[in-house]
Design a protein around this ligand. Structure first.
Ligand code: GDP
Length: 299
């Protein structure tokens, strides 16, 4: 978790140090509680969590003073409690074969990179992995995914620009069944300017995949970029309401001041947070652990 700790603590340091510094100098009063709540809202934790954490501090600590370390620990514990029930495991090698995973989210959120990191992890564990370039609209996206497939030593399927993504997904799952693949990773388009068109296409891919394998896709991972702050919440809302999302990946948590947005996203979503992206490298993906995340956020 060192990289996450580096990234998050860098971004949140200013905010926490200022408020925690003011906290530790004198007994906790209304003014400092206001500061705390404001800091949490500015850090994108959302009004509900901010209010709950404020109330908890008021109940447990009003009129008391504490040193900086103790305040930070209390804050991390409170944020960790907000998230504890929102952890989910991502385990594609659980026995179902082929295990079909779809990646959805707006362009630039980190779908391709996340898919590549997962592919590399799986092949390094000996799995036979098929990567499917389901964003058939952008030639550049297909090329970028191919680079990740080569790097991960995974097999790759694509179609010419403009081809039907659902047809490609169908063929891919059929091939995976016939050739004994462990995991199929399907990238998808993410242009949100034509929202309904995109949702229809994603739903069509899911429908068509189910014709080959009724239980598939076993995972639909929604990839959200933490650096867009509260926009991530709007994206969760759009995709979450229309597509059956099974888990969330929050990317770019390294070096952003907006990692706190993971809290309202986790609470708004019906599906758990499964993975976090903490860099552009092949190893920069981690399982989401609420308490470790909360500690890193506080710094
Ligand atoms: P896609 O359009 O959703 O497929 O997004 P990409 O996978 O192409 O990612 C967009 C950009 O974000 C690329 O430059 C990635 O290197 C970068 N990126 C993805 N995940 C992370 C992350 O966890 N941390 C950082 N710093 N950059 C990331």
């Amino acid at each position: 978790f060192q990289r996450l700790a580096d990234g998050l603590s860098r971004s949140s340091k200013a905010m926490t140090d200022q408020v925690v510094g003011s906290f530790s100098k004198q007994p906790l009063d209304e003014e400092r509680l206001d500061e705390l709540e404001e800091m949490l809202i500015e850090a994108d934790l959302g009004p509900y969590s901010a209010a709950r954490i404020r109330n908890r501090f008021a109940e447990e600590r009003f009129g008391k003073s504490a040193d900086e370390r103790e305040i930070k620990e209390a804050l991390a514990a409170a944020i960790g409690d907000e998230l504890a029930a929102r952890e989910g495991d991502f385990e594609p090698l659980s026995g179902v074969r082929p295990y079909v995973v779809m990646f959805i989210g707006v362009n630039g959120s980190g779908k391709t990179t996340t898919l590549g990191k997962i592919a590399a992890d799986l092949t390094s564990r000996g799995a036979k992995v098929l990567i499917v370039a389901g964003d058939t609209f952008r030639a550049a996206a297909v090329e970028q995914l191919k680079v990740w497939a080569d790097r991960a030593r995974a097999d790759f399927m694509s179609r010419p620009t403009g081809a039907d993504a659902a047809g490609l997904a169908y063929d891919a799952v059929e091939r995976a069944k016939a050739e004994g693949y462990d995991v199929v990773l399907i990238d998808t388009a993410g242009r949100l300017q034509n929202k309904q068109g995109l949702m229809d296409e994603l739903l069509k891919i899911i429908r068509v995949v189910k014709k080959v394998e009724p239980e598939a896709p076993h995972e639909v991972l929604l990839v959200l970029d933490a650096t867009v702050g509260r926009n991530a919440l709007a994206q969760e809302n759009i995709f979450g309401n229309q597509i059956g999302v099974t888990g969330i990946v929050m990317t770019k948590l390294d070096g952003t001041a907006r990692g706190g947005v993971l809290v309202p996203v986790a609470q708004a979503s019906d599906s758990p947070i499964k993975l976090i992206g903490v860099g552009e490298g092949i190893d920069d993906l981690q399982p989401f652990r609420a308490r470790a995340f909360a500690r890193s956020l506080v710094g």
